[in-house]
Design a protein around this ligand. Structure first.
Ligand code: UTP
Length: 289
C-alpha cells in the first residue's frame, strides 16, 4: 500500500472563532509567521504525500491565492534585495501539487471528504483536518502511513483524553496489536462518558481506503444533522481491518480560541525570530499575574 494523496477538509464555517473567521478562513489565521494550513501541508509533504486536495467553499479563496505565485510582490521583493522574504513567498507556492474542490453546502466532515472521491480514485489516501496542527518529531501522518502499510489496513490517529473530555471526540473500541497500535472493532461519535468505548479519541489524522466513499455516499445525517465521518469509519471498521495509532506528538485544535493561543505560544517560543523575546515577555507577565 503506497499513500501518495491527501485530502484536507477546510470547508467548515469556523463558528468558534467568530468574528475573525467571518471573512478570513480559520485555516489562514497566522501561527507566528505562517498560516495554519501551511503547517498541515508541510506535514503531508514530510510524510511522502505528492498530491493534496483541499476541500474549500466560496468564502475560502484566500487559500488558493496563498499557494499561487504573486509576480508583482515577488518583483518588488527582488528589486528591494529582500531575498529571505522572496524565498519564503515562493516556497509556499512550490510546496506540493495542490488541487481544490468546493463543498457547495456545509453538510459535515463526512460530506466534505466524499467530495474527494474523483480526486482519490481507488488509492488509499491520507486525511488531515484543516484546523488540527500536530507538532511531532516524526510527522503524525507518516506514523499512520507506516502502520497502515504494515497492517494493510486503514489507520486513525488517536490519543488518550480525559473522561470528561471524551464527548468532544469519537471514542474507539480497541484491542492491542503492539506498542501504540491497536485494532479497532467499533467507535462512537461524541459519546457521553457512560457510553464511551475507551479514553482513546480520534484526533484529526486518518489513512483510509477508497471504500470509504461508497459508505459515505449512503449515510444518513447523524450527530448534529450532518454527514459524520465517524459513521462512515464505523462501517469501514466492520468491513475491513482498521488500526488506531496512539501517535507521538502534540495536537493543537486551532479551531477554538484556547487551542489557537496554545499553538501560537508554543510555536512562537520555538521560533528563532520570537522565542527569546517571548520567553522574557512571558516571565515578566507571569511575575505580575
Ligand atoms: P470542525 O467542526 O472543527 O470545523 O470540523 P467547523 O465546522 O469549521 O467548526 P465550528 O464548530 O463551526 O467552529 C472539523 C474539520 O472538518 C471541516 C472543517 O473545516 C475542519 O477542518 N469541515 C467541517 C468541512 O470541511 N465541511 C463541513 O461541512 C464541516
Amino acid at each position: 500500500m503506497k499513500v501518495r494523496k491527501a485530502v484536507i477538509p477546510a470547508a467548515g464555517l469556523g463558528t468558534r472563532m467568530l468574528p475573525a473567521t467571518k471573512t478570513v478562513p480559520k485555516e489562514m489565521l497566522p501561527l507566528v509567521d505562517k498560516p495554519v494550513i501551511q503547517y498541515i501541508i508541510e506535514e503531508a509533504v514530510a510524510s511522502g504525500i505528492e498530491d493534496i486536495l483541499i476541500v474549500t467553499n466560496r468564502a475560502k479563496s484566500a487559500m488558493d491565492d496563498y499557494f499561487d505565485y504573486y509576480p508583482e510582490l515577488e518583483t518588488r521583493l527582488n528589486q528591494a534585495g529582500k531575498e529571505a522574504e522572496l524565498t519564503q513567498v515562493r516556497r509556499a507556492a512550490d510546496l506540493a501539487n495542490i488541487f481544490y474542490v468546493r463543498q457547495k453546502e456545509t453538510k459535515g466532515l463526512g460530506h466534505a471528504i466524499w467530495r474527494a472521491k474523483r480526486f482519490v480514485g481507488e488509492e488509499p489516501f491520507a486525511v488531515l483536518l484543516g484546523d488540527d496542527i500536530m507538532r511531532a518529531k516524526k510527522p503524525v501522518t507518516l506514523q499512520l502511513v507506516e502502520a497502515a502499510e504494515k497492517y494493510d489496513a486503514s489507520a486513525v490517529g488517536v490519543q488518550r483524553v480525559a473522561t470528561e473530555a471524551i464527548s468532544k471526540y469519537s471514542s474507539v473500541k480497541i484491542s492491542p496489536l503492539e506498542e501504540r497500535i491497536f485494532s479497532i472493532s467499533d467507535m462512537n461519535e461524541k459519546p457521553a462518558p457512560s457510553e464511551m468505548f475507551s479514553n482513546y479519541a480520534i484526533l484529526g489524522r486518518y489513512v483510509l481506503t477508497a471504500k470509504i466513499f461508497d459508505l459515505l455516499e449512503h449515510l444518513r445525517p447523524g450527530y448534529g444533522g450532518e454527514i459524520q465521518l465517524t459513521d462512515g469509519l464505523r462501517e469501514l471498521c466492520f468491513q475491513d481491518h482498521m488500526v488506531a495509532v496512539d501517535f507521538e506528538g502534540q495536537r493543537y485544535d486551532t479551531g477554538n480560541l484556547n487551542g489557537f493561543l496554545e499553538a501560537t505560544i508554543d510555536f512562537a517560543l520555538d521560533h528563532p525570530a520570537t522565542g527569546a523575546w517571548l520567553k522574557q515577555f512571558l516571565q515578566e507577565k507571569a511575575a505580575h499575574l
